[in-house]
Write a protein that binds this ligand. Structure first.
Ligand SMILES: [Zn+2]
Length: 386
């Protein structure tokens, strides 16, 4: 087989050659749309702010199976540390190197070619096939999936099954699918003190000394025990800054940034997010601190296993001969927005070993089975028993 006789690889190469650094699209969506239109998809371009997005649908009936993903990629980092130019996709020793190879242009190409094959073989398939594509996933994620979802929700166009093409595989391709993600709650805390000369301690209030017992208490807190879907909530400080650089000055402020990756375990009144916030405030107050505080939140999501996770599990077994584990680990993803209007959301794609790194790559031998996996999933959920 010559390298470009494979349609999925060919389209992957074409997408990878476009330097769509977030939130740029650089024609990736046009390319995808040009393949979907001849198949009878109704295309809706949705531009929010200066971000390109689109929603496409073939069919009007339910169930609606949607493939979701992003055309943007993270910045390359230092070019001189790439072995080959990041936007000149290069095949070497069975690997395909380029920015976006695993996150997630190979999945986008596999969406398209799997749909082409499925539609050719099942022109009158059951239900509908959809694509929900954004160029704003890697950065702010404010003008992408969240807005498309709002649009669909406003007209009551709800999704039954959604496959997100994020790279979820861990050790071998096919070993992990995700049906949820932990929440992320970041906090920017400024503890107030009184600045002064270090030789006159009675005239200062040292915010580092004042904050230390509160930090110790938070480090030692067990926030929850986790649940069958999620590991226990973790709390970590990522930044701590205080001091003027001089050896003889007590600083007036201490800045701390910390983050929860949380399990949505809390069952009491209000949300897990609100519960974590109030527990933090209670600790700060119990130590008599004066502070300013600012929060940033990405919600968690979980969709219980059902027809979609069974279908994709069977499809992965068929294509990769691997049985995937259902997991909720890793960072946040656009699945959190889609879960609002979709009964089931499952994320599945290539290995996540090199994502966002220098010399990002994907194994050539995973590309064809990826297309097969998406195709088989459609056959199980929408095939009319040919
Ligand atoms: Zn991604």
């Amino acid at each position: 087989m010559s390298i470009t006789s494979n349609k999925t690889l060919e389209l992957t190469l074409d997408l990878l050659a476009r330097d769509s650094v977030t939130p740029e699209d650089k024609g990736c969506q046009d390319l995808m749309i040009s393949r979907l239109e001849p198949l009878g998809f109704k295309i809706e371009r949705m531009r929010f702010g200066d971000v390109d997005n689109f929603f496409a649908r073939r069919g009007t009936e339910g169930p609606l199976l949607v493939f979701a993903g992003h055309t943007d990629v993270v910045p390359t980092g230092p070019l001189d540390q790439w072995h080959t130019p990041p936007f000149e996709p290069t095949i070497k020793d069975g690997m395909l190197y380029a920015r976006g190879a695993s996150d997630m242009k190979t999945s986008l190409a596999a969406f398209i070619t799997s749909i082409e094959e499925f539609v050719a073989e099942n022109p009158n398939h059951n239900g509908s096939i959809g694509l929900l594509i954004t160029a704003d996933e890697e950065a702010a994620a404010t003008h992408g999936t969240v807005k498309i979802v709002e649009t669909l929700k406003a007209r009551n166009e709800l999704i039954d099954y959604c496959v997100v093409g994020e790279p979820t595989s861990n050790q071998v391709v096919g070993d992990m699918i995700k049906n949820g993600r932990r929440g992320s709650l970041s906090c920017y805390l400024t503890v107030k003190g009184v600045q002064g000369h270090i030789a006159y301690p009675h005239l200062v209030k040292n915010p580092i000394h004042l904050a230390s017992p509160a930090i110790k208490e938070m480090v030692g807190t067990v926030w929850d025990e986790g649940n069958p879907y999620f590991p226990p909530t973790s709390w970590q400080i990522s930044n701590i800054n205080g001091g003027t650089g001089a050896t003889n000055v007590v600083p007036g402020e201490l800045e701390i940034i910390f983050n929860f990756r949380y399990c949505p375990e809390y069952n009491g009144e209000g949300s897990t997010e609100a519960n974590l916030k109030s527990r933090v405030l209670a600790i700060l107050d119990s130590h008599g601190l004066e502070y300013d505080i600012k929060w940033e939140h990405n919600q968690s999501y979980i969709t219980p296993g059902g027809a979609l996770s069974s279908a994709i599990t069977a499809a992965i077994k068929h294509s990769y001969n691997v049985t995937p584990e259902l997991s909720t680990t890793g960072g946040t993803s656009d699945g959190r927005f889609i879960a609002d209007i979709s009964k089931e959301v499952v994320e599945f794609g290539p290995l996540n070993k090199t994502i966002h790194k220098l010399n990002e790559c994907v194994g050539l031998d995973c590309i064809e089975p990826l297309k097969e996996t998406y195709k088989k999933t459609m056959e199980i959920l929408l095939g009319n028993g040919a």
